[in-house]
Ligand binder design. Structure first.
Ligand code: FPP
Length: 252
């Protein structure tokens, strides 16, 4: 077994609770449209769902939670919707930072900071700085994020080291690439949940989900909370994770 595979295995706690859950929070717009509400209201309710889910993750004892909040592709949405999403993001950090901090939440952002408004970047820096020593839950927010772009950034960082003579081309391994991703200290997700009924990865954590279990739920993101998280965890605990090897049952 390669180091990468043994690393992935270590990430499954014995009690069946995933160490890292990643979520594609999809369906805000459709939730709103079905109720005759503006899409912005769907995003506002999406923030409430995020609050419920963070609380539930802490209660359950999940150490890492990553959420897809704004993709590199979301810039193609109408300006007004982008402004709504930026506003919500800033308000979420401003309003919830103290409470998240009190609750022992460590905030981490992944994604490209270049091109993001300076006030948003300053808030992200502050949130990471204030919460850096917390240990109850690491909440990773993917913001201006694309999986391919993240892999390209890691490759660029490695290329710079090779060009500087700090690394030889032969030392460019899976482990080295993983170590140069945006949040390399965070273990790979064990479980990826996507709400909203679509069954796609949409350029989310492409490298890291190599061995994740995928659970797609029909509920729109604003409907998500502890009950839906528990249901996804129940599906996860029934899965047989093999990492390309034999089933645990047959290898016993
Ligand atoms: C997908 O719904 C969701 C998003 C593009 C953004 C998710 C954002 C939030 C939950 C709120 C802000 C985030 C934070 C971290 C405070 P969609 O608009 O694609 O829904 P649709 O597929 O139904 O159109």
């Amino acid at each position: 077994m390669s180091d990468q595979h043994s690393k992935a295995r270590q990430h499954s706690p014995k009690d069946g609770t995933p160490r890292h859950v990643a979520i594609i929070m999809d369906g805000n717009g459709r939730w709103a449209e079905r109720r005759g509400l503006p899409r912005a209201e769907g995003h506002r309710q999406g923030v409430e769902a995020l609050r419920r889910t963070v609380k539930a993750a802490i209660e359950i004892g999940i150490p890492y939670l990553t959420v897809y909040s704004f993709s590199s592709e979301n810039w193609s949405r109408p300006r007004s919707e982008i402004a709504d999403l930026m506003g919500l993001f800033k308000r979420y950090i401003r309003r919830d930072l103290a409470e998240l901090h009190r609750g022992g939440v460590k905030l981490r952002m992944i994604g490209e900071r270049a091109g993001v408004d300076a006030d948003v970047v300053a808030l992200i820096d502050e949130a990471e700085q204030v919460t850096r020593a917390n240990e109850t839950l690491t909440l990773v927010i993917a913001f201006n994020y694309g999986g391919r772009a993240e892999i390209a950034r890691a490759a660029r960082r490695l290329a710079e080291k090779v060009a500087a003579g700090a690394l030889s081309p032969g030392e460019v391994t899976e482990e080295q690439l993983a170590a140069h991703l945006d949040a390399s200290e965070v273990p790979d997700p064990d479980l990826l949940i996507r709400t909203g009924g679509e069954e796609r990865i949409s350029n989310f954590l492409l490298w890291q989900v190599a061995y994740a279990e995928l659970v797609f739920v029909d509920a729109f993101w604003p409907e998500f909370g502890k009950e839906q998280l528990d249901a996804a965890l129940a599906i996860y605990s029934g899965r047989d994770r093999r990492y390309g090897g034999l089933t645990q049952r047959s290898s016993r």
